[in-house]
Design a protein around this ligand. Sequence first.
Ligand code: ATR
Length: 275
Amino acid sequence: KSIFGLLGHPVGHSMSPLIHNDAFISLGMEAEYHAFDVTPELLKEAVAGIRALGIIGCNVTVPHKVAVMKYLDEIDEQAQLIGAVNTIVNDNGRLIGYNTDGKGYVESLLELEPVLSEKRVLIIGAGGAARGIVTALLGRGIASLTITNRTIEKAKPFKKLAETFDTRTVLMTREEAESKAKEFDVIINTTSVGMSPHIEQSPFSLENISDHVVVSDLIYNPIETALLKDARKRGAKTLNGVGMFVNQAALSFEQWTGQKPNREKMKQLVLKQLG
Ligand code: ATR
C-alpha cells in the first residue's frame, strides 16, 4: 500500500484521515492516510522519514507549515509567496512543497460568487491563514483589498504582497473598517475569534454592511460562528470554513495522485463528523 500522512501537533481531532481514506477506497486505490503527531523538535527527522520510508505525500498543519519549508528540496511559487506549505509531494525522493489552502478557499467562494473581479474584499486578520487567502485572491484578481488586524503592524507586509499583483490595498483599524462596512462586497474572517469553545465571540460588527455582501469565516467548528449567525440574521449570504477544508484536501489529493476525489462526499463526511 502507498502511504500518505499528516504532520501536525496535535493531530488527534483531524478529519483529514477520514476524508482521504474514504476517497482512496472509493477510487479503488491501494493507499492509506495516517495522522502523525510530530513535535517541533522532531520535525526534521519526520521529513527525513518521508524520504526513508517512501511516503508518497503529506499534508502539513499547525505548527509546522512555515518551519517545514527549510527541509524541502523545492517550494512551488504560490507557496513561496504565501510563505507556508500545507502539502508535500515526494517525487522519487525529491520533496516539493505546495500550498492548497488559499486556492481551496477561493474555489469555495467561487461557488457562491462566480465573478470576483469587481469585488471589494475585506480581510479580518493578518496571520498565516490570511496570507494564503490573500495570495490566492490577488492571483485571481479582485477590485480592491482592505485588511484589518488587531495588531496593525502585522498587516503591513500584505501591502507589499498586493503591490506585486497591482491591487489597490488599504490597511484599517477595526473601528474604521466597521464604520465603512457597506463599502465591502466580501468580508472574510481569518482569525480564530469565534472558534469553539469561544463560540459567542465575534471579530467584527456587521451593523453597517451592504445588502449584497458575502460574509465568510474560515472557522468550521462551530459550523455557524457568531459572525455568520449575525450575518444570516441581517440577510447576508454566508460561507463557512467547511468548503475550504474539503477543497484544500481535494487539491492535495489531486497533487499526489492525479485523481479527483468526490468533494461532495468529502463534505458530507465532514458535516456528519461535525454534526
Ligand atoms: P493563522 O495561521 O490561523 O492565521 P496566526 O498566523 O497565528 O494563525 O494568526 C492569527 C490571527 O488571528 C492574527 O491576525 C491575530 O491577530 P494579531 O496579529 O493581532 O495577533 C488574530 N487573532 C488571534 N486572536 C485574536 C483575538 N482575540 N482578537 C483579535 N484578533 C485575534
